[in-house]
Design a protein around this ligand. Structure first.
Ligand SMILES: CC(C)(COP(=O)(O)OP(=O)(O)OC[C@H]1O[C@@H](n2cnc3c(N)ncnc32)[C@H](O)[C@@H]1OP(=O)(O)O)[C@@H](O)C(=O)NCCC(=O)NCCS
Length: 185
């Protein structure tokens, strides 16, 4: 089995999932506000499917959407990390994709940006990415705002329609950043 992943930032720890994490994660993030642009609150089957995808991603790649834990009190804030893009209709299949989801009571404190910076650092430095993509939908201003604050570029040429969803969960909009653009930030 691969080594456990653990990465510290000033206020956060990004780490692999442990047995007890899922219950706390879903309790605080499987809410209408958090899931607004993610096809709504997940039922039990969807939650299990998500955990399965994270475990397989970790086993196959050594990275996944890691648990984000706040250092000073151990609170699980959500996840942030990497996967391989695999959405139906994707224009970037197999590329390293960054993603984030935090409980709503900690939004607006820079935690997502802090976790995302650490995530992009390891994408380029540890996992050999030449470029990292991130995906969202036009209405999810918090998510594409973060992509812009990270210095990612809006790639209208790569936008696509995910056939699983209707508007406003389409089109998928794509941002990207190359390793050469990230290093001198
Ligand atoms: C997307 C998401 C992770 C963004 O979280 P966030 O807390 O807004 O993002 P950041 O960490 O960058 O925080 C930015 C805000 O914190 C403020 N802030 C406060 N202290 C800060 C600090 N120390 N450093 C940076 N920003 C700070 C910024 O001014 C900014 O405020 P603003 O939104 O009023 O402009 C969050 O909205 C979320 O979980 N959404 C639901 C799930 C989702 O849709 N995920 C994306 C799917 S594509």
């Amino acid at each position: 089995m691969a080594d456990e992943f653990k990465l510290e930032t000033e206020r956060l720890v990004l780490r692999d999932w442990q047995e007890t994490d899922a219950r706390l994660f879903f309790q605080n993030t499987n809410t209408p506000a958090v899931m607004r642009w993610l096809d709504g609150v997940m039922d039990e089957a969807k939650q299990q499917a998500m955990l399965g995808r994270i475990a397989s991603c970790s086993a196959e790649n050594g990275f996944c959407f890691w648990i984000v834990e706040r250092k000073h009190d151990g609170t699980i804030l959500g996840f942030c990390g990497l996967k391989r893009a695999d959405a139906p209709g994707s224009t970037v299949p197999g590329e390293i994709e960054a993603g984030w989801r935090l409980r709503e009571d900690v939004w607006g404190q820079g935690y997502a940006k802090e976790a995302a910076i650490a995530t992009l650092d390891v994408a380029f430095e540890r996992f050999g990415a030449d470029r990292v993509v991130a995906l969202t939908v036009p209405g999810n201003t918090a998510s594409w705002g973060l992509m812009e604050r990270l210095g990612m570029t809006r790639r209208m040429d790569l936008d696509y329609v995910d056939p699983r969803f209707a508007e406003p969960l389409n089109p998928a909009i794509v941002y990207s950043i190359d390793k050469v653009a990230w290093e001198p930030r």
